[in-house]
Design a protein around this ligand. Structure first.
Ligand code: ZN
Length: 373
């Protein structure tokens, strides 16, 4: 197995603001944990410094007027009506440097795609990527530039057939929208139901249009779904649908905001479920571009993505957090974390949850499987 980790120490210099849930320091904390576990010196792995995406690359998906506005905000120039583009709200603050941040994240996802496409490595991981909500002229859900969509377009331009698999707690709406009308990209999203969580979409009935009919797959789960329900849904749909679609490359969004304790969502996965899904992606991917995504409880993020990177390299690490890291983590000031009081809900109505998930899986099998060729 050859692999690449794309990273930049600059990630943590960008700041969404003191009260914003997306703290870029989570990436530095994760990197530090990987280091403590010996995962930054794997002999067959490459460690690549992230590059910035060019204007031309941003314009593969985004509108020129939107990119121009992002440039103004980036430089601190006054702008009018930024709200028309989804900017300036609590979710998508118009902070200085937001385009520099987005270019770096997107450049890293493009590098991951390039390294995998060219055959230099079998898997590449950009944990800063996976910002799946942005639309061509709209910032949404903490995302300004849609790096997965741009990376996928770059692969399509090289004649590759791509499957996108998204396990973030939130529906991968921006990526679905980008490829809703084509059968060259299969998008699959497993997420908390839009009835209880942003962005309010991602129902089974959203199946694609025209040539793309059947190539958008949504598996919404009820709030408080745990590993058992998640894995039942994931394993019932993802391997068989990948088997039918036969992609050249899989681009996966490995958001970790579905893990128990995340302050923004209501799912209750643990690393057992998350890692099993990551392992399945490894086995079904001919070539694999792995991106990060959501995740707002920093110790969850660091642990899950460290385990994911180990799994991408076929390594298992001891189930002990190194002391050295704990000291480091303390320096970041996040040791306390937060305790949620709703974890007891996990078992409430489990039978009802099973009914819902079984019927969702049956609907996807019945309606979508026959359409995939
Ligand atoms: Zn999310």
């Amino acid at each position: 197995m050859t692999s690449a980790l794309i990273y930049s120490p600059l990630y943590r210099t960008f700041d969404y603001g003191p009260t914003h849930p997306l703290r870029t320091v989570r990436l530095a904390v994760t990197h530090a944990l990987m280091d403590s576990c010996g995962l930054l010196s794997i002999p067959c792995a490459r460690y690549v410094d992230a590059r910035v995406a060019t204007d031309e690359e941003l314009l593969l998906f985004h509108r020129p007027e939107y990119v121009a506005l992002l440039k103004d905000i980036n430089e601190g120039r006054p702008v009018l009506r930024a709200d028309r583009f989804g900017l300036g709200s609590g979710d998508n603050p118009a902070f200085r440097g937001l385009l520099d941040w987005s270019r770096l994240v997107t450049g890293a996802s493009l590098q991951a795609a390039e390294l995998v496409e060219s055959g230099e490595v079998q898997v590449a991981f950009n944990m800063a990527g996976g910002l799946h909500h942005a639309l061509p002229a709209l910032a949404s859900g903490f995302c300004y530039i849609n790096d997965p969509a741009i990376a996928i377009i770059s692969l399509l331009r090289k004649g590759r057939r791509v499957a996108y698999v998204d396990i973030d707690a939130h529906h991968g709406d921006g990526v679905q929208e980008a490829f809703f009308g084509t059968d060259q990209v299969l998008t699959v999203s497993v997420h908390e139901s839009g009835h209880s969580l942003f962005p309010g979409t991602g129902f089974v009935e959203e199946m694609g249009v025209g040539a793309g009919l059947g190539y958008a797959v949504n598996i919404p789960l009820p709030p408080f779904s745990d590993d058992e329900l998640f894995l039942y849904a994931f394993e019932s749909i993802v391997p068989p649908i990948i088997e039918r679609f036969k992609p050249d490359i899989i681009v996966s969004q490995l958001g970790v905001d579905a893990l128990r304790g995340d302050p923004l969502t209501h799912l209750n996965y643990t690393n057992n479920g998350f890692c099993k899904a990551v392992e399945t992606m490894r086995t079904v991917s001919p070539k694999w571009v792995a991106l990060g995504g959501g995740g707002y409880e920093i110790s969850n993020v660091a642990r899950a993505w460290t385990l994911a990177w180990a799994s991408m390299n076929g390594l298992a690490i001891a189930d002990v957090i190194p002391q050295e890291f704990l000291l480091h983590f303390r320096n970041f000031g996040f040791l306390g974390g937060r305790l949620r009081d709703d974890n007891y809900m996990e078992m409430v109505g489990k039978e009802q949850m099973w009914d819902q998930v079984r019927s969702t899986v049956a609907m996807v099998r019945e309606r979508i499987f026959p359409l995939i060729r």
